[in-house]
Ligand binder design. Structure first.
Ligand SMILES: C[S@@+](CC[C@H](N)C(=O)[O-])C[C@H]1O[C@@H](n2cnc3c(N)ncnc32)[C@H](O)[C@@H]1O
Length: 277
């Protein structure tokens, strides 16, 4: 079968990804968080020139623009949402954007440039890019990382562990659908859960009802994040699809009370706040 030609945005002739309408929900959280954390970010950005800087990090950036599936509407992807939100308030001193797809990586690079910015763009698997990015940023700076993989496969716990060595707030997309569909496969020896939540087998029994297994696994994952000295916020947001299907959680993680307070201020209080399945 012939490979489908990648779709492009007629506005810039660069490739777009295809997304569901719910992508805007996560973008709204990224935007609000960048807006509301501006005053804190200002303390880190030059001048004076010795300030350590404030960066935006994505390991799964996409191409920077997306077509909403089944429509002709093209929206900004999270890197552009983040860039614009920061420019309108307190710009980041650097943006580090990675996508293992070379086409996505060069498209997002070009799009940030077209807006007058300059991102450092990488083209590696996320678990390789994280080392390069952690080495490139100032450890005394303030960092915001949006981790937005399609599925749990790319979300190795090592990524969170390595990023947590920085002064970083993280917003993590955890795919509920992936967890629901692939539970059996992922729990096999050497399966995805071994990288997503290493050590889970010693703490979570796979011999229990599916729902309680999933809930216990996610509790274990959150507990392991807490052990890194950073905290998942109590308010986890569940994003649902147009037919009410459970799609993904947005988990906010910060080592600081202020980060937690800012997240509380912007998340939707009407939404589910636990990772119950
Ligand atoms: C959900 S999309 C990101 C969308 C983007 N954050 C946005 O909102 O516009 C996930 C992206 O991650 C990339 N990707 C998937 N697995 C990856 C991996 N292991 N390492 C790096 N990139 C990966 C895909 O090519 C895809 O562009």
């Amino acid at each position: 079968m012939a490979k489908e030609t990648p779709k492009v945005d007629p506005a810039d002739s660069l490739i777009v990804s295809e997304v569901g309408p719910w992508a805007s929900e996560k973008h709204a959280r990224v935007q609000r968080y960048i807006e509301i954390s501006s005053a804190t970010r200002k303390k880190y950005v030059p001048p004076p020139s010795w300030h350590a800087g404030a960066t935006y990090i994505e390991l799964f950036s996409g191409p920077g623009r997306s077509l909403i599936r089944g429509t002709k509407t093209i929206i900004d992807g999270s890197p552009l949402v983040a860039f614009k939100a920061a420019q309108a308030n307190v710009p980041f001193t650097q943006m580090h954007l990675n996508d293992f797809d070379a086409g996505n990586s060069s498209a997002v690079d070009a799009r940030v440039r077209a807006l007058g910015g300059a991102a450092t763009c990488y083209n590696y698997p996320a678990d390789v890019a994280v080392d390069k990015i952690v080495a490139a940023v100032n450890p005394s700076g303030l960092h915001f990382a949006f981790l937005d993989p399609y599925n749990l496969e790319g979300l190795s716990f090592d990524i969170i562990r390595k990023l947590s060595k920085l002064k970083v707030d993280m917003l993590i997309h955890v795919s509920v659908q992936d967890l629901q569909r692939n539970l059996d496969d992922y729990s096999k020896p050497g399966g995805v859960f071994d990288t997503f939540a290493p050590g889970w087998k010693a703490h979570v029994s796979a011999n229990q009802a599916i729902n309680s297994f999933r809930a216990a696994l996610m509790k274990y994952w959150m507990d392991e994040i807490r052990k890194l000295g950073t905290m998942p916020a109590k308010g986890v947001e569940l994003i649902v699809g147009s037919k009410g299907q459970r799609l993904y959680w947005l988990v906010f993680v910060s080592a600081h009370d202020l980060g937690q307070k800012l997240w509380e201020a912007i998340r939707d209080p009407m939404r589910q706040t636990t990772m119950d399945i």
